[in-house]
Write a protein that binds this ligand. Structure first.
Ligand code: FES
Ligand code: FES
Length: 130
């Protein structure tokens, strides 16, 4: 079965495997399954429903913030966790947080712009937009 969460380096370096565990972005390749017991785990599939893209996903599409898409699930989950906690994050802060997620295609500018634009959807919504 094809899933959104990708396996890249398997060493905690690339961020492609990032999921959200109890509101924190976590590299799933570094986590044992038993550590997730009792935790709420959200993959990229959980960021939206089947009827519509989330505001963050829509911003990625608008800004062409992906090319091959391999890094995208990790970028989205990392950015979602960030904006859920810091909806006023500056471009510098977004760039700092996303620096742990490797993208070989985009050059990051479009990704940072997409995340920056999506900030308004998170203001006043603890845990992110529904
Ligand atoms: S696969 Fe690269 S950080 Fe997990
Ligand atoms: S879009 Fe290809 S690795 Fe980021």
């Amino acid at each position: 079965m094809q899933t959104g969460t990708h396996v890249g380096c398997e060493h905690g370096v690339c961020g492609a495997c990032t999921v959200i565990v109890d509101d924190a972005a976590v590299r799933s390749c570094l986590m044992l399954a038993v550590q997730a017991e009792g935790a709420r785990v959200t993959t990229v599939e959980g960021l939206s429903n089947i009827e519509a893209l989330s505001p963050l996903q829509a911003a990625f599409r608008k800004h062409h913030a992906l090319q091959c898409g391999f890094c995208t699930p990790g970028m989205l989950t990392t950015a979602h966790a960030l904006l859920s906690e810091e909806p006023g994050a500056s471009r510098e802060r977004i760039r700092e947080v996303l620096s742990g997620n490797l993208c070989r295609c985009t050059g990051y500018v479009s990704i940072v712009e997409a995340v920056y634009e999506a900030r308004s959807a998170y203001v006043g919504k603890k845990g992110g937009p529904a």
